[in-house]
Design a protein around this ligand. Structure first.
Ligand code: ADP
Ligand code: ASP
Ligand code: MG
Length: 442
């Protein structure tokens, strides 16, 4: 049987599950994932996992400390090791071979820390940070086998080929498809669970890459696409997709059904519940996406598919850590087409992520994610021709299917620096005003 036929045959019931950091944050979390999976025993399921809890932040701190040579990297690494070993001691006997696999994965960080810091920070980052996903997948794989749920372990870097845009790598789809058909499909054909890592890939030279923070949802979609999954499920700490982030808003409600189009818009504008790149590959093959709660696995969750509903309540997405750049020419000329062309080239070169823009006669304004020192670097690079004024610490709020009452509530006690309405979407760039408080309604 050719591998193409294998995939066709399996399409009936192959599912892809993704468990994020919140679901795997401690030994009890891992036990809970084991319990959820036990209800799917003997079904072909590819399980994509993120690093445990906030591990990726901790690995980022190790990379930064090593680059800065501030003497803190080793102590941070010791903490990281201790936490994972303690989690394993709670789940396994001290002689279990999981400890050998764990050490083999951790040694990659030892090697990186022994070397001088690499001049390319993003490259160095991608050689260390994937260890978080490696160790969580090793632990879950060993745990499932221990509790009688046979599972195989797959290194996602053998499947997901990317370019060498470190920290934001782009998938090379043809090669990835070929690898998935040749290596992942036969593993699933054997039955049982296949455990792999989210967020990571590899270049043709076998260097590790990452797909961008929170990228494990996207990994699950890449596998779903390449393996023609029947459905994909992401297991979260919320009952499904809600009308807003419950950490920021009260009175949010669950959406039972959502169209791919609406999900793409919501996540593009910053609804953090799903990584924005996740939906498109699923939509292309009409693979439904379910968002379910690992705290209430039998709950109905949210079902995202081709189903079109034109009757959504207002949906709110918030992007924090925004910077607004007001760019004007130094020779007082209008911001004309040739300026724009140069500015867009520089925006791409400095990898600014633009969330909103507006042009007036003498000023071009962009609202961007304020990450690391990208904004300073970009401003310095265009300084010879352009004057740049920067407003930081802002919030970008997007409301789909807005109602004026909600906009008023969101604007309360804030200064609106930029506002735009396009059809059913409103975007507001807001600044906190210390001491300013709206009067209570008369
Ligand atoms: P993971 O464990 O997979 O990394 P995330 O923490 O990235 O999960 O995503 C889940 C979180 O997304 C929720 O805890 C919630 O605070 C946040 N969130 C933001 N917007 C929404 C929304 N519209 N609906 C549900 N959750 C949301
Ligand atoms: N562990 C990675 C992160 O925290 C990827 C993910 O969780 O999706 O960004
Ligand atoms: Mg996450």
């Amino acid at each position: 049987m050719s591998s193409g036929q294998v995939i066709q045959g399996m399409k009936q019931n192959l599912q892809v599950f993704k468990f994020g950091g919140a679901s795997l944050q401690d030994p009890d979390g891992i036990r809970n994932v084991g319990e959820i999976l036990s209800t799917y025993k003997d079904q072909p399921i590819l399980v994509v996992v993120s690093a445990m809890g906030k591990t990726t932040n901790k690995l980022e701190a190790i990379v930064a400390a090593h680059a800065a040579q501030n003497g803190k990297a080793l102590a941070l690494f010791e903490d990281f090791k201790r936490e994972h070993i303690e989690a394993c001691l709670a789940l396994f006997d001290a002689e279990d071979e999981v400890f050998v696999s764990l050490n083999d994965a951790l040694v990659e960080i030892d090697w990186a820390l022994e070397e001088e810091p690499h001049e390319d920070y993003d490259y160095a980052y991608d050689q260390v940070v994937p260890v978080g996903e490696m160790v969580s997948s090793i632990i879950l794989h060993a745990y499932l086998n221990k509790i009688g749920l046979p599972s195989q372990w797959l290194d996602a870097r053998d499947i997901i080929l990317t370019d060498n845009r470190y920290r934001e790598a782009w998938v090379q789809w043809e090669e990835t498809q070929e690898n998935a058909t040749r290596m992942a499909a036969p593993m699933l054909e054997k039955g049982g669970f296949v455990i792999t890592q989210g967020f990571i890939g590899s270049t043709t030279e076998n260097f590790s890459t990452t797909l961008g923070r929170e990228g494990s949802d996207y990994t699950a979609a890449i596998f779903s696409f390449c393996l023609d999954a029947e459905s994909m499920t992401i297991w979260k700490d919320v009952p499904g997709v809600l009308t807003g982030d419950p950490r920021l808003f009260e009175n949010v409600t669950k959406l039972d059904l959502l169209s791919y189009k609406e999900a793409i818009e919501m996540t593009y504008y910053g609804a953090k519940v799903i990584h924005p790149k996740t939906i498109k590959p699923l939509q292309n093959k009409s693979i439904p996406l379910q968002v379910k709660s690992f705290l209430d696995p039998t709950g109905t969750g949210t079902y995202i598919s081709d189903e079109v509903s034109d009757n959504y309540p207002p949906l709110v997405a918030v992007e924090k850590k925004q910077a607004l750049l007001h760019i004007s020419t130094r020779d007082f000329s209008f911001v004309a087409e040739h300026h724009m062309s140069h500015l867009f080239k520089m925006i791409a070169e400095y990898r600014l992520q633009v969330n909103m823009m507006q042009n007036t006669a003498i000023c071009f304004s962009i609202c961007v994610n304020d990450i690391d020192d990208k904004v300073e670097q970009f401003s310095a690079a265009i300084n010879d021709q352009f004057k740049v004024m920067i407003d930081r610490g802002l919030e970008l709020i997007t409301v789909r299917h807005y109602q004026e009452k909600i906009l008023d509530e969101l604007r309360a006690d804030k200064l609106v620096l930029l506002e735009e309405r396009i059809r059913e979407t409103v975007q507001l760039v807001l600044k906190d005003v210390p001491g300013m408080k709206r009067k209570a309604e008369a």
